[in-house]
Design a protein around this ligand. Structure first.
Ligand SMILES: Nc1ncnc2c1ncn2[C@@H]1O[C@H](COP(=O)(O)OP(=O)(O)OP(=O)(O)O)[C@@H](O)[C@H]1O
Ligand SMILES: [Mg+2]
Length: 418
């Protein structure tokens, strides 16, 4: 059993650098949790506190139900892979992986009940290293030195070095960030497979939302030392708790507009960029159920949820293309809406003729629209999603006054109240 539980964990560096505020999270046995957020949000600090490499200022950390606040890293039964994994250059792959095992002592109790600590046998070390190498596909490189390996192979050795320790909790801090984009994709897929073969709880740190979405059973999105939301990839994508999460998850990021939500007898409409659009389907029902009144809101729509339409559509927004980015299977159109709003529209090219693709260039006038089901509604005052409440899997985001001022959100009056 290796649950990990953090209760009111706080980290203050020096006198007043608060790196992590009141962090609360329960991680289930064998769960794959990803901490994601922009640089400096406290991901590594939190991971290092779990590892015991950083003292915690307040709170408790439990691993497998046992408080580990005062335990040395070596006594916490964790393995860690860092961003700069620093293999020993003069040792072979085998010896790099075997290094920690040669230092390891395991308790052996004799029939009289006396416990001694003994080294692992050569056979045991050989077995563990070759098994890990086999899983990672690096068996044929065991006698090479790190300089004779590619970046991806070295990365695998670093993971193997942690794997052989057979720990209950596997901590990884940006393990793929040294690799080029292609290798990173490949290693990401391998990590998903690897995870099936290792019987551990994983806590993985990254600032890359794609990595977070593809690897995590649940994702913890952080900003300025505060948890913004905890949820499955689907939950955070479909129901982002606040504007920060909405814009952080998904690429290109979600479009946001100052808009007006209007409630009348026939249901809800939004007035955005001077055009009224009905909020049809589930989203309209959900607004009604919560009796959300007419109000000024921030409307969010993902670029891939906007479609091209004809002028005849009464809910069509007339736009002018500023820039067209050809991404191969899709176009990213950067367009200007009637009242100067800037938005990005993602259009798959598969159903367009070459002539239609060619016509979507800078200066072209187009009409776009979107359905109610892809709309997200946020409070202009707090940035909080009007259709979420602080319930299981969600935490109310808290941002201090100071941090509000630092905020550079696209919507001017967006801020989160403490
Ligand atoms: N040893 C330290 N002394 C003082 N401040 C520190 C120390 N280590 C980290 N910090 C500060 O704590 C905050 C969180 O740092 P942390 O390294 O946890 O961020 P991160 O989310 O891992 O960022 P990155 O994505 O850049 O690695 C930052 O503001 C950082 O400057
Ligand atoms: Mg970090």
């Amino acid at each position: 059993m290796a649950t990990v539980k953090l209760t009111n964990v706080k980290k203050i560096y020096g006198k007043n650098t608060v790196a992590v505020h009141d962090f609360n999270l329960e991680i289930a046995d064998k769960e794959f949790i990803v901490f994601v957020g922009p640089s400096g949000c406290g991901k590594s600090t939190t991971l290092r506190m779990i590892a015991g490499l950083e003292e915690i200022t307040e709170g408790t950390i439990e691993i497998g139900g046992k408080v580990v606040n005062d335990l040395q890293p070596k006594d916490r039964d964790i393995a860690m892979v860092f961003q700069n994994y620093a293999l020993y250059p003069h040792l072979t792959v085998f010896e790099n992986m075997a290094f920690a095992l040669r230092l390891k002592r395991v308790p052996v109790t004799d029939e009289k009940g006396n416990t001694r600590y003994v080294k692992l046998t050569q056979d045991e070390i050989y077995k563990r290293v070759t098994e890990a190498a086999d899983i990672l596909g690096i068996s044929e490189y065991l006698l090479r030195r790190p300089r004779e390996l590619s970046g991806g192979q070295r990365q695998r050795v670093a993971i193997g070095r942690a794997m052989v320790r057979d720990s209950q909790v596997f901590l990884m801090d940006e393990p793929l960030s040294n690799l080029d984009a292609k290798l990173r994709n490949q290693m990401r897929a391998e990590l998903i497979l690897l995870r099936e073969k290792i019987d551990s709880t994983f806590i993985y740190v990254t600032h890359d939302q794609t990595e977070a979405m593809t690897l995590g059973d649940r994702i913890v999105i952080m900003k300025d030392g505060f948890i913004q939301q905890v949820g499955t990839p689907t939950e955070v994508f479909e129901m982002p708790g606040n504007l920060f999460v909405a814009e952080f998850i998904g690429a290109p990021k979600m479009n946001t507009f100052n808009a007006r939500l209007i409630k009348d007898d026939g249901g809800y409409t939004v007035e955005v960029c001077g055009v009224k659009m009905p909020v049809d389907g589930e989203k309209g029902e959900e607004l009604a159920k919560r009796q959300i009144p007419s109000s000024a809101i921030v409307l969010g729509v993902r670029p891939e949820h906007i479609t091209l339409t004809g002028r005849a559509n009464p809910a069509a927004l007339p736009c002018v293309i500023r820039v067209t980015e050809m991404m191969g299977s899709e176009l990213h159109l950067h367009v200007t809406a009637p009242q100067g709003e800037q938005l990005i529209v993602r259009i798959p090219t598969v159903s367009l003729t070459s002539a239609q693709v060619a016509a979507l260039t800078a200066g072209a006038k187009i009409f776009v629209t979107f359905r109610g089901k892809v709309m997200h509604f946020f409070s202009q005052d707090t940035g909080i999603n009007l259709l979420t409440d602080a319930q299981a899997g969600q935490q109310v985001p808290q941002i201090t006054q100071n941090q509000q001022e630092k905020d550079e959100m696209p919507v001017k009056n967006w801020h989160l109240k403490n």
